[in-house]
Write a protein that binds this ligand. Structure first.
Ligand SMILES: CN(C)C(=N)NCCC[C@H](N)C(=O)O
Length: 275
């Protein structure tokens, strides 16, 4: 029997969202975003979370930072400990201080740390109860994996991404049940060694097809029961239901033009353990 756990999410409205530059293969500045449609899709995602009983807090968008809507890249929060981001590309660098300022102006965090090494936060860090899974190859530095292990005191499993379309871990892997260490992933995005590591640690993982990966099906957010994912990833719906999850399809097509989807728009703020 699956159960949902209420979550705390941080999201950033797409007030300044557009494809102004190209830092991943999905981005083509000649294919413009429809701002009104993007806002409609983003508000629908926010409202879905709220209707599922989750808390959504809002980070103020900053003019000149068109990718800031992808809030999951701004910090990693585990056990109330906040590790900020350091972006690989200069176009996104100024998002990092905006996130740190938000955490420093809110109570309840054990420590808020500016990182030494390049890490794009939940873009490359996925959290289960036993592990932090960490992507490298395109954005986050392997040195950031050591930094995260030291900061969070959790074992970090380093995974190598090899396909530029899946430049962040969360475009190729999603945590379905963090408490039970259940994940889904697309094996084709990983090096042979990393595929072997995933198969060893997660022998029962749901494996996605190339068709579902390429429509951002792995860029999903789960509360342990409800799995919010792009509606185009239709091939994942039945396998998720067979495992007792409730797939919740949403339309974030405007954000796909920038190489992001559900998870990218959603940072999870994981609280300090009680006591
Ligand atoms: C999982 N997350 C957070 C993401 N994959 N984020 C999308 C970032 C998109 C942006 N244009 C970029 O290339 O950085």
């Amino acid at each position: 029997m699956r159960t949902a756990t209420p979550r705390r999410y941080l999201m950033c409205p797409p007030a300044h969202f557009r494809v102004a530059y190209s830092i991943n293969p999905w981005m083509d500045p000649d294919k413009p975003v429809d701002p009104a449609l993007a806002l409609f899709q983003w508000e629908d995602l926010r409202d879905r979370y709220r209707s599922l009983g989750h808390t959504v807090e809002i980070l103020d968008p900053v003019a000149g930072l068109p990718d800031m809507v992808f809030a999951a890249n701004g910090a990693t929060v585990v056990d109330g400990r906040v590790l900020g981001a350091r972006f690989a590309n200069p176009e996104r660098a100024d998002e990092a201080p905006a996130h740190l300022a938000w955490f420093r102006s809110h109570d309840g965090f054990v420590e808020v740390r500016e990182p030494e090494h390049v890490n794009e936060a939940e873009g490359d860090f996925a959290v289960t109860s036993s592990w932090m899974l960490a992507g490298q190859g395109f954005r986050s530095s392997p040195l950031a994996h050591d930094e995260a292990q030291e900061f969070f005191g959790r074992p970090v499993i380093s995974l190598e991404l090899t396909d530029p379309r899946y430049y962040h871990l969360d475009t190729a892997l999603a945590v379905l049940d963090d408490a039970a260490d259940e994940i889904m992933y697309y094996p084709g995005a990983f090096s042979p060694g990393s595929r072997a590591v995933l198969a060893r640690l997660f022998p029962d993982a749901l494996l996605a097809t190339a068709e579902d990966a390429v429509v951002f099906g792995l860029n999903a957010v789960s509360d342990g029961l409800n799995v919010v994912l792009p509606r185009e990833a239709a091939g994942l719906f039945d396998p998720l239901k067979d495992r007792g999850y409730v797939p919740v399809g949403v339309d974030l097509a405007e954000f796909h033009k920038a190489g992001g989807s559900v998870k990218c728009c959603t940072m999870e703020v994981r609280p300090a353990p009680p006591g």
